[in-house]
Design a protein around this ligand. Structure first.
Ligand code: FAD
Length: 341
């Protein structure tokens, strides 16, 4: 294990630019990269800094070039055969060297499996702090510090954390929370190749194979419509009703944690603080009470519809349209009227 040692021997004024760590799989840029770039642009503007994205990998030039079409100032791509497969030590080795050399003021990493692996080790290597799993980032306009917000105490409070003395200010950011960067008509972004000094002995683990997930994965993050079931569906078979409405609307099936814990549906469907954060155009919550941990994952949806027998359920406080009634009657009625056109 690497031991974290705070690096107090720095001059904060030497640090510049907001950096985003890009993630790729098989040469394709993952959506979290665009989410971090969208948020990074806002922070860079507020801090009066440039926005840069760094893309480590092998044969990564084409993917990295795509990012130049977005609202970004610099795209660095770090090209090395030893970065072909993800390895914590290999990626941290090259990233820590580049960060030490170029000194970004802020470094944003996705709170994905890879980002959660790289982030803490990189922060330890750099002797700085890391705020994990952020759902909000702002700049304090007075002293230009980054305010990093994340749920704490089981989601009952939102904690805002600062990194006053060390640099870069690092955060992992929860996927699905931030709006994605959009392509712009004319970009002046510079495109820079970095060939790192990386040796086989820097990487002490070896990838011996990958196993494809054979189950159909639900894609909640990209879904425009999500119909979610909660404990109000009563049992596993209740998901047939939820699926019928999702199918009629061309949406995906989501769930509260209560149904996942009860074993009624796979955890990949869970929406909320410990599940997926979503922001579809339409979110229909069926038999879901509206616990704070569920709301943490869906309250940014454009339109929220709730169906619940209890008129005092907290979900009605945040929904755009509420139906007080039994989902066993309401859902079939909705499906037949959608199918009737
Ligand atoms: P309930 O709260 O039991 O609500 C069921 C609702 O169904 C009620 O409002 C009831 O009126 C209604 N109902 C009953 N019958 C009908 C009917 N026939 N028709 C219509 N409505 C009906 N939860 C999540 O969802 N996601 C998370 O990521 C998550 N993370 C958590 C993390 C931590 C650290 C903790 C402590 C908790 C977390 N939870 C999470 C759990 C959360 O606190 C709630 O327990 C959970 O969201 C409740 O699920 P629910 O709304 O389905 O069930």
């Amino acid at each position: 294990m690497e031991r974290a040692k705070v690096n107090q021997d720095i001059n904060i004024n030497d640090y510049k630019d907001v950096w985003v760590l890009a993630e790729t799989v098989n040469g394709k840029i993952l959506p979290i990269t665009l989410e971090l770039m969208g948020e990074g642009r806002k922070l860079a503007n507020n801090l009066g800094k440039k926005l840069a994205v760094i893309v480590p990998g092998y044969n990564i030039e084409e993917a990295a070039k795509e990012l130049v079409e977005y609202d970004v100032d610099i795209v660095y791509y770090v090209e090395h055969e030893l970065l072909k497969d993800f390895s914590t030590l290999g990626f941290v080795e090259v990233l820590s060297k580049e960060v030490k050399l170029r000194k970004p003021e802020v470094l944003l990493v996705g709170a994905t499996s890879i980002g959660r692996d790289i982030g803490p080790r990189l922060a330890a290597r750099l002797g700085t702090g890391l705020t994990a799993d952020c759902t909000g980032l702002e700049v304090d306009t007075e002293d230009k510090k980054l305010l990093m917000t994340r749920p704490a105490f089981g989601g009952n409070i939102m904690a805002t954390i600062i990194c006053p003395k060390n640099r870069p200010q690092m955060a992992t950011v929860r996927p699905g929370v931030m709006a994605r960067a959009k392509k712009i008509e004319k970009s002046n972004a510079s495109f820079e190749k970095i060939i790192p000094d990386l040796k086989e002995e820097d990487i002490r683990s070896k990838l011996i194979g990958t196993i494809e997930h054979d189950q159909k994965r639900v894609n909640l993050i990209d879904a425009k419509i999500i119909v979610s079931g909660g404990r109000g569906i009563k049992n596993k078979d209740g998901f047939a009703l939820i699926e019928s409405l999702a199918k009629a609307l061309g949406g995906e099936v989501g769930s509260s944690r209560a149904c996942v814990d009860a074993g009624w549906i796979d955890s990949s469907h869970q929406v909320g603080q410990t599940g997926t954060t979503v922001r579809p155009d339409l979110y229909i919550a069926c038999g879901i009470s509206g616990a704070i941990q569920h709301l943490a994952g869906m309250s940014e949806s454009k339109y929220i519809v709730a169906i619940n027998t209890d008129k005092n359920a907290p979900i009605f406080d945040i929904c755009d349209y509420g139906i007080v009634g039994d989902l066993k009657e309401i859902i079939p009625a909705l499906v037949s009227s959608i199918e009737a056109g």
